[in-house]
Design a protein around this ligand. Structure first.
Ligand code: KG4
Ligand code: ZN
Length: 351
């Protein structure tokens, strides 16, 4: 059975995994992630130069660990898959250079994978084949995009954020409240303690066409910068009313809950509306923000009511990992898409 080594270094996680393709059913033999969150935390966000240097330090150990966990030797691999983009170019280059050198030394095929395709395929990796057509929401720190999948491995863009990604909004709001990094999991935890109707945010209306993609009608686009600004205004106003730098804990948890409610409602409304519009038979939700507890429960509740099955990967496959890159690589291998010897990292690689 083909064994594929996946390598992922697009942002601040150095990851390697071995995935086996057992006749179209994929199984994870190992999945190793070295997170750099502790390094970037003190800066309040990912520092690109520090990220690429840390990838250089970690990549050999992470790959060796993935092979050892899988009980596979280098020559037992059938192919390698690596994230080509999108992401931080210095970070991507570490994975791409490592994978090219290893593939050349081993004389094994290499496939280049789009990071977003990896997130989408994490749904198939977790659940196996799902009913098509499917609408898939990829919601992470860098992206908030909605795709229609009519055929496995083919992704049609239905909508995307015009400004901030949902995860980015989480991270910025957490930074504004001095809560720490990454903000998503912290706000998620605090939101559980607060009143989600405590603050009413202004509505978001997207009536103008997308200047970058005028051919799409934009009805399934997202925007989170207005909400981020509303949070900023609210926080500044309360800080000056109370004469404090840090809001009291009960106000922070109410803000976290109200913010989270708005983000989650927006994401769920849009993905279900797109599913209805396109007659989708299933919905997938992937990417770091799909680890959000409210998004998971609310999407599954709505799934029961609307009778459209919703598929979300387990937490370790929601956030950045290399098993999803190996899975997307297996898909591309089957189509004969091999990477050229001069493969380069591509920071803004389109899907
Ligand atoms: O997919 P991912 O690991 O990396 C990118 O490709 O961006 O996503 C990271 C993003 C971060 O913005 C992080 O704050 C967010 O996912 N995130 C969450 C949760 N866990 C991670 N956002 C909301 N709730 C969570 N539980
Ligand atoms: Zn990601």
């Amino acid at each position: 059975m083909p064994l594929v080594l996946g390598i992922e270094t697009s942002c601040d996680e150095t990851a390697a995994a071995v995935v086996e393709d057992a006749g179209g059913r994929w199984s994870i033999r190992s999945n190793v992630v070295a997170s750099q969150a502790d390094i970037h935390r003190e800066w309040g966000g990912v520092v690109p130069e520090l990220a690429s240097r840390q990838h250089v330090r970690d990549i050999c150990g992470v790959v060796e660990r993935a092979l050892a966990d899988a009980g596979v030797a280098w020559d037992g691999l059938d192919a390698l898959a690596v994230t080509q983009g999108p992401g931080l170019v210095g970070s991507l280059l570490v994975g791409v250079s490592f994978a090219k050198a290893a593939a050349w030394a081993l004389d094994k095929p290499l496939v280049a994978v789009n990071h977003l395709a990896g997130h989408i395929e994490s749904i198939w990796l977790e659940h196996g084949p799902i009913a098509l057509p499917a609408t898939v929401l990829v919601v992470s720190g860098g992206h908030t995009s909605l795709y229609l999948v009519r055929h496995e491995g083919r992704y049609e863009l239905l909508g995307r954020t015009r400004d901030d990604a949902a995860g980015e909004a989480y991270d910025k709001v957490a930074k504004l409240l001095s809560l720490g990094y990454p903000g998503g999991p912290i706000i998620d935890t605090l939101a559980a303690l607060g009143n989600d109707t405590a603050i009413r945010w202004p509505g978001t209306r997207l009536t103008n066409p997308d200047r970058n993609a005028p051919e799409r009608d934009g009805r399934f686009d997202f925007s989170f910068s207005g909400l981020k600004t509303a949070v900023l205004r609210h926080v500044r106003q309360r800080q000056s009313e109370l004469g404090v730098d840090q809001l009291p804990q009960h106000e922070i948890v109410d803000l976290a809950a109200s913010f989270q409610r708005r983000v989650v409602e927006t994401l769920i409304d849009r993905v279900f509306a797109a599913a209805r519009w396109h007659g989708a038979r299933s919905i997938g939700i992937a990417g770091g923000v799909s680890a959000n507890s409210r998004l998971r429960t609310d999407a599954l509740k709505k799934s029961k009511r609307s009778e459209i099955p919703v598929y979300i990967p387990r937490l370790s496959l929601s956030t950045d990992n290399a098993a999803m890159i190996a899975a997307a690589g297996i898909r591309r291998l089957a189509d004969g898409h091999f990477a050229p010897a001069d493969l380069n990292a591509a920071a803004s690689l389109p899907l």
